[in-house]
Ligand binder design. Structure first.
Ligand code: GCB
Length: 611
């Protein structure tokens, strides 16, 4: 920890010095404005011009120095002899939100820089602040407004914002974004992942018009200790005037409360109130209204508690079995990265149909519709950052990046009742640097939000004579242990799995966060023939028998709801760059294993209602 503090200091010093030297204009996006969608916004979605720039000609000059006349300047031809080799006004168009790979056939495998450009107009008011809000850009974004840099961001699955008030003009404006989805060893995730590296402005972009001083952040939820108390905290931007108040209204609970803002710009409250609790059976959400400095913000919030008690997971004090499924953020509606409410309703609707009360949103934070729709449908959520496989754990910048992504994930979704678990990692190797890295991340997560559970998916179990033993010091650090194990697919025959026994060194709840096998939908044969639906169904049958004997098991999220694109899966006529472990094909056709899992969940549900 001490060591980390020292490294932090050095890192920040170097960032500050670079920024001073003009090399790194990093306005690291911090302190996200809560609930941007619930405010006065102008959408910047729609058609943007784009230019593929594989060699970054718009960024570096021929000496590979950052060019002063980069393409963000939006130069116009003044004289007919001007040499201008790019032109956004004649360039091809692309939809935002949306990845480029699924929109443009020639960009399916493209990784690198693409410039995005859009004109927009604003009726600028003198007393307002203007903030541009990006839902997500994969992976690096450098943002320019009217030819000037406003900031940059790394990390493809979390939102970021820049205050652009000073750069904005009344009337016509333009925004340019340099998007770069190159994979690099020192990124989060690193170069090697089993999913498609969709590039682009993959989630919505909007312009927020905010009061001069505004309610920047809030967290409203049930008290951890007392289910009859609603508690909340607020943070306003800038310095408050004395006696300023935030108004809180929850009409259905007859709540009307004025909360005084302290000198530091923060405020908090505790309110005795018997709210109907949120649960998968009754996912009750309350309309919540917040008013400050002339701005009214609407939200819908559910109230519930979640805790670990020994080896039990308890929702509102009741023990739970998590009937889950893992999901990648891909939808047949877009044929690429999912981003819309319709995508979320389709994916989560399938999870409900399967009998789930839980979803693992793998392996990165999904778009905000996923958690909002999960709130509505009563699906509990495991939310994760892309600390995946083998990061460069010894690199301090990698840690800072991972911590920022964790912070952004928690910041966005801390008011969502559906989110019960933050996952800090998936399948990381067991060594000291990784343990230090992840322990610090877990501490960070707890510091930001001590009302949810922390987990990580482990594949480090060792083999014992009859089966598997969970023996990984990271298991000691998390609240809930996730285990990924592919019995019947990457090892052993399916029928050898049912008798496999599991033990753990830790008295903590365990979730089997991955198991499964591949099948090409429509391909039939014997249950010992790879890629047939019968083989996959056999993997499920035997794994489901196996887990019934594991007394610490509190749920499963098999791998995975739907086939998803992966460059690591080239087998012709079977995979064709799809990971085929879906219970549904890429177009949503059910495979046999779907019914095996659905029947298991029906039975679990019946057992639970009998108890
Ligand atoms: C895993 C990974 C997941 C892969 C899956 C597979 O263990 O966590 O990202 O897609 O296995 O299909 O091999």
């Amino acid at each position: 920890m001490k060591n980390r503090m020292y490294c932090f200091l050095l890192l920040w010093l170097s960032i500050a010095m670079n920024a001073y030297a003009g090399q790194l204009p990093t306005s690291v996006a911090t302190g996200l404005i809560q609930n941007p969608e619930g405010r006065n916004t102008t959408s910047l979605d729609g058609q943007w011009s784009y230019i593929i720039d594989q060699y970054e000609t718009g960024y570096y000059n021929h000496r590979y120095e950052v060019s002063k006349s980069g393409w963000f300047k939006n130069r116009k031809m003044v004289n007919s002899w001007d040499l201008i080799e790019y032109d956004f006004s004649t360039a091809d168009k692309i939809n935002v939100p949306g990845d480029w790979n699924s929109q443009k056939q020639h960009m399916m495998f493209y990784e690198g820089t693409v410039w995005y450009h859009k004109d927009f107009s604003v009726n600028k008011k003198a007393d307002k602040r203007y903030v541009v809000n990006f839902g997500a850009v994969n992976y690096q974004a450098i943002v320019y407004v009217n030819g000037e840099k406003v900031g940059s961001h790394q990390g493809g699955f979390t939102g970021f914002q820049f205050d652009i008030t000073e750069k904005l003009k009344d009337g016509s404006n333009f925004i340019v974004v340099k998007v770069d989805n190159r994979r690099e060893r020192n990124q989060v995730p690193t170069v090697n992942t089993d999913w498609w590296n969709y590039g682009g402005i993959t989630r919505s972009v909007s312009l927020l018009e905010l009061p001069g001083s505004y309610l920047a952040d809030y967290k409203i939820q049930l008290s951890k200790k007392d289910q009859s108390v609603i508690t909340g905290s607020f943070k306003i931007s800038g310095k408050p005037k004395t006696g300023e108040k935030i108004t809180l209204r929850i009409p259905e609970l007859d709540v009307y409360k004025q909360i005084e803002v302290g000198r530091s710009g923060t405020a908090s409250f505790n309110l005795e109130k018997q709210a109907e609790l949120w649960s998968p059976e009754i996912p009750k959400l309350y309309q919540v209204e917040l008013e400050y400095n002339g701005e009214t913000i609407q939200d819908r919030i559910g109230f519930r508690t979640i805790e670990v008690d020994g080896s039990e997971i308890k929702l509102n004090g009741q023990s739970l079995y998590l009937r889950g499924i893992s999901i990648h953020e891909e939808s047949p509606l877009t044929n690429g990265r999912a981003w819309s409410e319709e995508d979320a309703r389709l994916l989560l609707g399938w999870a409900k149909e399967l009998g789930c009360n839980f979803v693992r949103l793998a392996h990165y934070p999904h778009n905000e519709f996923m958690v909002k729709v999960a709130d509505e449908l009563g699906l509990m959520v495991w939310s994760e950052i892309p600390v995946y496989w083998t990061l460069v754990f010894e690199n301090e910048e990698v840690y800072v990046n991972a911590e920022q992504q964790l912070t952004e994930m928690i910041s966005r979704d801390k008011n969502r009742a559906s989110v019960i678990m933050w996952s800090v990692a998936n399948e990381t190797p067991n060594h000291e640097q990784r343990l230090n890295f992840l322990t610090d991340l877990v501490e960070k997560a707890r510091g930001l939000d001590d009302t949810r559970l922390i987990t990580a998916a482990l594949d480090t179990q060792t083999s014992s004579k009859n089966g598997k033993l969970i023996d990984d010091p990271l298991a000691n650090v998390v609240d809930v242990i996730g285990i990924n194990a592919y019995c019947g697919w990457y090892g052993k025959k399916p029928e050898e799995c049912s008798s496999l026994s599991w033990e753990s060194k830790y008295l903590k709840p365990v979730i089997m966060s991955e198991f499964g096998g591949g099948a090409l939908q429509g391909l039939h044969g014997k249950s010992n023939e790879r890629w047939t639906e019968e083989y996959q169904a056999a993997v499920y049958e035997h794994n489901l028998q196996m887990i019934e004997n594991f007394s610490l098991l509190r749920g499963v999220t098999p791998w995975i709801l739907k086939d998803f694109r992966s460059p690591k899966r080239p087998l012709a006529n079977i995979q064709d760059y799809w990971n085929r472990k879906g219970l549904l094909s890429e177009t949503g056709e059910k495979k046999q294993a779907w019914y095996v899992l659905r029947d298991f969940y029906l039975q679990k549900q019946q057992e639970q209602t009998r108890q």
